[in-house]
Design a protein around this ligand. Structure first.
Ligand code: ATP
Ligand code: MG
Length: 432
């Protein structure tokens, strides 16, 4: 290829990193709007942290031998030689920021965040290299009341989005660090006995992260895994009581759940409560929300011991789920209400002013002004293509009478001539 060929080659987006196109953004905005309102209703405050952090933050919190840190992080050297990483998740940054600004000093916090995360995974439906999460993190509360609250918060979101009957809550307890360490030995002994059944990935994990083997989706290991000892049978007393109380709170609140003794999380910092909301409607990328307690993390990152619980949900998967199940309300389609159309250039000024006035009088109105002139025929074509339900036509006659012609673009209905002064009222009724 010659030099000039190379320079003309179209530059494309990075694999696994998506553009959000205009036709998709209304659904995202609908989802994000619901989330924002919901968080306020539960008294959670938004926190925004940088997308880039020191690599050590993630290595120390998520764990050196997790998939994320071992092979999924976008890590690079800054111009001054520091090792930086595009955040693969939100919790570590949230803890870093809360510590740095003294938010954890003798107080509790209920925080939420939203934004892009980066992991170098194999891109497929529901799994991308840049993806987006909404997360909540609550600090300084021991639970299980707060564990129940974050679960109820997520459940309310599913209900509001119409997703409740399509998702399942899976629940487990990972116990205390001591109980986990003792269980780990038991588990490793069991896996050693069945070494011939372990796949390569699991053999690698046997020394570093044996609990994660329980999470394997390899069907050839299913039978062996079913017989593995269960951490839930070896919990410490305090964790058992915590778990039982949480289950009781969820029962009382009418939240269905399935106890899954093999539910572990891919991040090292979890202990006691862990949970996932899963769906069968998205193939193998079925987890839409995952979280749990991470009481040890703040201390691990150099702070005072601080209890914490949180979750993160994947926005792409939830949007995909709404699309798959056709649960998209009209408000999430982003359609225009009104196309304001000057029929010739002489009407441009009046049309511009009228559109402004209507936007002022009807704050919910979605109105687009025809710009760019053109023949009457091409103007009408544009009105039709705009997707608006109504068009407001302004020509010589309308200007002379201070009226406007209201045309129905999507219904069999006669057009109406209305005084400009009465337009807001008529539109208010029509669009209610
Ligand atoms: P999975 O088992 O699907 O890889 P995970 O355990 O790595 O998920 P978490 O780190 O707990 O996921 O992230 C919380 C949520 O973020 C997931 O449940 C999922 O909805 C979403 N998520 C995680 N990784 C991706 C990705 N690469 N692309 C899209 N969404 C993702
Ligand atoms: Mg993963």
């Amino acid at each position: 290829m010659s030099k000039s060929d190379t320079s003309k080659k179209k530059i494309q987006a990075i694999r696994g990193m998506n553009d959000l196109l205009p036709e998709q953004s209304p659904l995202w905005q609908y989802f994000e709007g619901r989330v924002r309102t919901l968080m306020a209703r539960y008294g959670y405050a938004e926190i925004r942290t940088p997308i880039v952090e020191q690599t050590a933050l993630f290595a120390r919190s998520i764990g050196e031998v997790t998939d994320i840190v071992e092979k999924e992080m976008y890590t690079f050297e800054d111009r001054n030689g520091d090792s930086l990483t595009l955040r693969p998740e939100g919790t570590a940054s949230c803890v870093r920021a809360a510590m740095e600004h003294g938010l954890l000093h003798n107080q509790t916090q209920r925080l939420w965040y939203q934004g892009p995360m980066f992991r170098h995974e194999r891109p497929q439906k529901g799994r991308y290299r840049q993806f987006h999460q909404v997360g909540v993190e609550s600090f300084g509360l021991e639970g299980p009341d707060i564990d129940a609250e974050v679960i109820l918060l997520s459940a309310r979101l599913w209900r509001e989005l119409g997703l409740m009957e399509h998702v399942t809550l899976e629940l487990n307890s990972l116990g205390s660090a001591e109980a986990r360490a003792a269980y780990r030995e038991r588990l490793v002994a069991y896996f050693e006995e069945h070494r011939e059944v372990l796949d390569e990935d699991s053999r690698r994990r046997l020394a570093s992260n044996p609990l994660r083997i329980l999470d394997s989706k390899n069907p050839e290991m299913a039978e062996m895994l079913a017989g593995a000892p269960r951490l839930l049978d070896h919990l410490d007393d305090a964790s058992r009581e915590h778990f039982e109380t949480l289950c009781g709170l969820l029962d009382a609140a009418g939240i269905d759940y399935v106890i899954n003794p093999r539910l572990v999380r891919g991040l090292d910092y979890y202990g006691r409560t862990v949970f996932e909301w899963t769906t069968t409607a998205l193939g193998s990328q079925g987890t839409v929300c995952a979280g749990g307690r991470y009481d040890g993390l703040v201390e691990q990152l150099g702070g005072k011991p601080t209890t914490a619980v949180g979750f993160a949900m994947g926005i792409e998967r939830l949007v995909l789920l709404l699309e798959t199940l056709e649960l998209i309300p009209d408000a999430a389609r982003g359609e225009l209400d009104l196309y304001v159309l000057p029929m010739d250039d002489a009407a441009t000024g009046t049309a511009l002013q009228l559109a402004e006035r209507l936007r002022g009088e009807l704050p919910g109105l979605r109105a687009q002004l025809h710009c760019g002139g053109g023949s009457f025929k091409s103007r009408m074509k544009k009105a039709d293509r705009s997707g608006a339900r109504l068009a407001l036509l302004l020509g010589e006659d309308e200007l002379a009478e201070a009226s406007a012609t209201l045309k129905f673009l999507r219904e069999e209905r006669d057009q109406q001539s209305l005084p400009q002064a009465a337009l807001a009222e008529t539109l208010r009724e029509l669009l209610a």
